[in-house]
Design a protein around this ligand. Structure first.
Ligand SMILES: *Cc1c(COP(=O)(O)O)cnc(C)c1O
Ligand code: SF4
Length: 465
């Protein structure tokens, strides 16, 4: 009988493809050779937008992912490079004037910050409602919104190999310090998790935790493998590194160390899942991107894929169908299609729910059952993850059929509820109950949860030391 030879880690193809990471930020826009043909006006406009929204790309994104003969429409260019339409005309004009007249960095930064604050940097009650409390102290760098799953934001993982222009985490990258979730307190997390036996899954997120050196990531992950935390059955890493810098898993100095860490998780009897953010099939087209997925999977880790549906980047059924087919071919698992959140440059990116549903269904029909593991379009909103499951006619009225995939109260999960159909609505808060009721069924309880949380926090702040 033939058993396949185990995959050799340091394969020759991999080694010969090593690549030095080079990053470009706002001050380097002029150094990107592919942008030399941009008019001065366009360059200034780009710098103006980049002073408000996070901008960072690297040589792989610039050289291998963007098709420069197709800009500005190229989807990866739209995904990573600031576009004038991402700011309101008024904000754009204000920033443009500052950059053009060579205003000081402080003046540019201050103007940028004031525009950021007006862009809802922490949507869905992230700051107030999700930070857990232990020994009467909030635990920074941790969020516990859904019973089974805890999110951890390691302090050293609050950046990415490149930034997505649509990112809802952008407030963390642009120097708005008091908005930053971060923590160096791994032992606090472990103490919390020891007392919370209902938690099954820990999800490291950021930024991008895969930006950290393997040795640093190890310091966060290894404590979770303690037998005293046997209720933690899975560890997830939310990352866009397989798309933006696949060398992280193949040829970077500590790539093999990272894969060994993944194997250790399996060795400790837990499951490791890379929650890989792929926005466009192009990101899975290069040989290095394919190799990254193969190497991750060779450790026993799963690659589950998710991304938001974003206008200008991936708002076509064919893009998604191709993306899911490529994922299935590589043994990766399509997981979520998100609706773009109510933050940042959302007017530029948002897709109405009705259109999102059409795109989802058109793509879903084009893949086999192995690709239909994907769920969407899904909104990560204050009460939970709300799936737009379909459009139906109930009592002669056209409605959206909605359903919680995750909820602050687990009782809400799985119950269908109906909203009046609205061709233009782009988010949950624009929908009205189909029944004519004032509000959706979960609202009164959600208010109670919010009041209780805020009272708890105020109580702490005013209590004598
Ligand atoms: C999506 C999400 C999770 C994970 O949910 P799953 O359905 O288990 O993938 C956990 N916490 C928060 C806050 C989330 O938004
Ligand atoms: S990789 Fe993730 S965290 Fe980083 S910019 Fe993109 S969406 Fe945001």
């Amino acid at each position: 009988m033939l058993y396949g030879k185990p995959m050799k880690r340091g394969s020759d193809i991999a080694r010969s493809g090593a690549r030095k990471y080079r990053v470009y930020t706002r001050k380097d826009i002029g150094l990107i050779p592919q942008l030399r043909n941009l008019s001065v006006t366009d360059r200034i406009a780009m710098e103006a937008v980049a002073a408000v929204l996070p901008f960072r790309v690297n040589n792989y994104v610039v050289e291998d992912l963007i098709d420069w003969s197709k800009i500005p429409e190229d989807p990866i260019y739209q995904l990573t490079f600031p576009q004038p339409g991402m700011l309101s005309p008024r904000d754009l004009a204000r920033m443009y004037r500052l950059v053009r007249r060579g205003a000081s960095q402080e003046a540019i930064k201050a103007a940028g910050c004031s525009i950021q604050y007006a862009m809802n940097p922490h949507p869905a009650g992230q700051r107030d409602l999700n930070v857990p409390v232990f020994d009467d102290e909030p635990i920074p760098g941790m969020q516990h919104k859904y019973r089974e799953t805890v999110l951890i934001f390691p302090a050293a993982g609050q950046t990415c190999h490149a930034y997505c222009t649509y990112c809802f985490r952008w407030a963390q990258f642009v120097g708005v310090d008091d908005l930053k979730f971060a923590s160096r307190e791994a032992d606090k997390w472990v103490r919390y998790l020891k007392e919370h036996r209902e938690v099954m899954s820990v999800l490291f997120t950021g930024g991008d935790p895969a930006i950290m050196k393997s040795s640093v990531l190890r310091r966060y992950i290894e404590p979770l493998l303690d037998p005293a935390l046997s209720h933690i059955t899975s560890i997830r890493i939310g990352t866009k590194a397989p798309a933006y810098w696949p060398y992280r898993f193949v040829t970077d100095d500590d790539a093999d160390d990272l894969l060994s860490l993944f194997e250790e998780v399996r060795g400790a009897g837990r499951h490791l899942a890379l929650m890989a953010h792929y926005s466009h099939p192009r990101e899975l087209e290069t040989p290095i991107a394919e190799l990254a997925v193969r190497r991750i999977r060779s450790t026993g880790a799963a690659v589950r894929c998710q991304a938001p549906l974003v206008r200008h980047v991936n708002d076509s059924a064919d893009s998604w169908a191709q993306l899911w087919r490529r994922q299935v071919r590589l043994g990766a698992i399509p997981y979520y299609m998100f609706v773009e959140r109510d933050t940042g440059p959302r007017d530029y990116f948002s897709v109405p729910l009705a259109r999102a549903l059409r795109i989802f269904n058109d793509a879903y029909r084009q893949v086999s059952g192995l690709g239909r593991t994907v769920r969407g379009p899904s909104m990560s909103a204050t009460p939970g993850k709300v799936l737009v499951d379909g459009i139906a006619t109930v009592g002669g009225q056209k409605v959206f059929v909605l359903k919680f995939l995750q909820a602050r109260n687990p009782e809400w999960v799985g119950k269908p509820f109906f909203a009046k159909f609205d061709e233009m609505a782009t988010w949950l808060d624009e929908l009205k109950p189909a029944s004519g009721a004032q509000e959706f069924f979960y609202r009164p309880e959600l208010r109670e949860i919010a009041v209780a949380r805020r009272a708890g926090q105020e109580g702490r702040e005013t209590a004598p030391a």
